[in-house]
Write a protein that binds this ligand. Structure first.
Ligand code: AHG
Ligand code: MN
Ligand code: MN
Ligand code: MN
Length: 337
């Protein structure tokens, strides 16, 4: 399509998902409807994030902490309620896990559906008051055969997810999603309220020039991290150093890594033996997307998507990004094993 021709054949996320649904002749359309509900949730959170300062929605929610021991922001709570209510009312979900809910939510009979949704309603919320990009991260499992929908439907390896995605709220709302065959990116057109395909078939470069890690933890790092990140800053003669970029919102750091390449890491260290990021609703969806885009995601010693979470808020270390960069880390862990 030439640049100056008006776009009269727009591909929305809904149209794209419907095209995907048509490939499965016995598809019920339930997943399409569920993804529409998730889109609604993201649009709703996006407007609240955009107006947060104007509506006094920034700051802490009266001192409450979530099960991970983090101070809950007002927008953490609002975003969580938006998704819980939207997902429950969809009639397509049996089990929900949210960062902001201590226990899994088992949907009442009559409203149960064949999917389980795990989500981080507002990722990067410590950045909200500074107006830095935040987002929502989600993953979807199908309920196991002859299960009525309970906790065992979500304490499973991430490789069994059927959908993974995030929506990043910044200068625009960017939805990046995979249904298991490739990754596509969509930008919200606020005028028509639709996510428009803007980044078809995202592929991560095989190697990058950027590393993204919180260097404030480096005194607690294991020897592999110390050696690896040092090698990026002090490369052998004739090789250039990597650039450091760290936003502190996983959704923004991973989005940049997907598009530009390089490596994002939240390693385990002496202070946090499993790292900080939660397996179900941060590590799994991001690992799923990165692998679908041709990259890799490891805990250091194993594939993230093969991890089986012990509980719904369990954490694991993660190194994700360009295949060759992550393999450099993998080789170092093997060498030090
Ligand atoms: P959340 O806001 O959902 O609790 O997630 C915050 C996470 C993640 O977004 C980011 O990568 C990480 O915390 C940053 O942690 P540090 O501030 O310790 O680097
Ligand atoms: Mn949090
Ligand atoms: Mn998060
Ligand atoms: Mn969060």
């Amino acid at each position: 399509m030439s640049e100056d021709k008006p776009v009269t054949d727009i591909i929305t996320l809904t149209r794209h998902v419907l095209e995907e649904q048509r490939k499965y002749k016995d598809a019920s359309g339930d997943l399409t409807l569920l993804l529409n509900i998730i889109q609604l949730g993201c649009k709703f959170v996006s407007t609240n994030v955009r107006k947060a300062r104007l509506l006094n929605l920034v700051g802490l929610a009266g001192g409450a902490q979530n099960v991970s021991g983090e101070d809950q922001k007002k927008l953490d709570i609002i975003s969580n309620e938006i998704f819980v209510n939207a997902l429950r009312s969809s009639g397509k979900v049996s089990v929900m896990v949210s960062e902001e809910e201590e226990a899994a939510i088992i949907v009442e009979e009559g409203l149960k559906g064949k999917y389980c949704v795990v989500f981080d309603p507002l990722d990067g919320s410590s950045n909200i008051d500074a107006g830095v990009n935040v987002g929502t991260i989600f993953g979807i499992y199908r309920v196991l055969e002859d299960s009525s929908g309970n906790i065992s439907d979500v304490l499973r390896p991430g490789r069994e997810m059927v959908v993974a995605g995030y929506c990043m709220y910044g200068s625009s709302a960017n939805m990046v999603i995979s249904l298991g065959n490739g990754v596509n990116g969509y930008t919200l057109d606020n005028g028509i309220g639709e996510f428009i395909l803007t980044h078809p078939n995202i592929k991560i470069p095989p190697r990058g020039k950027i590393y993204s890690v919180n260097e404030g933890n480096s005194k607690y790092w294991d020897e592999v991290c110390t050696e690896y990140f040092h090698s990026l800053k002090f490369p052998p003669e004739g090789k250039s150093s990597y650039s450091a970029r760290y936003i502190g919102s996983m959704v923004a750091d991973v989005h940049r890594t997907l598009l530009y390449g390089g490596i994002f890491a939240y390693p385990s260290d002496k202070k946090s033996k499993n790292g900080k990021l939660r397996i179900l609703y941060e590590c799994f969806p991001m690992a799923f997307l990165v692998e679908q885009a041709g990259g890799k995601a490891i805990t250091g010693t194993k594939r993230v998507l093969d991890v089986v979470p012990e509980s719904i808020h369990s954490r694991c270390p993660i190194f994700l990004g360009s295949k060759e960069d992550v393999e450099d880390v993998e080789r170092l862990y093997q060498k030090h094993a």
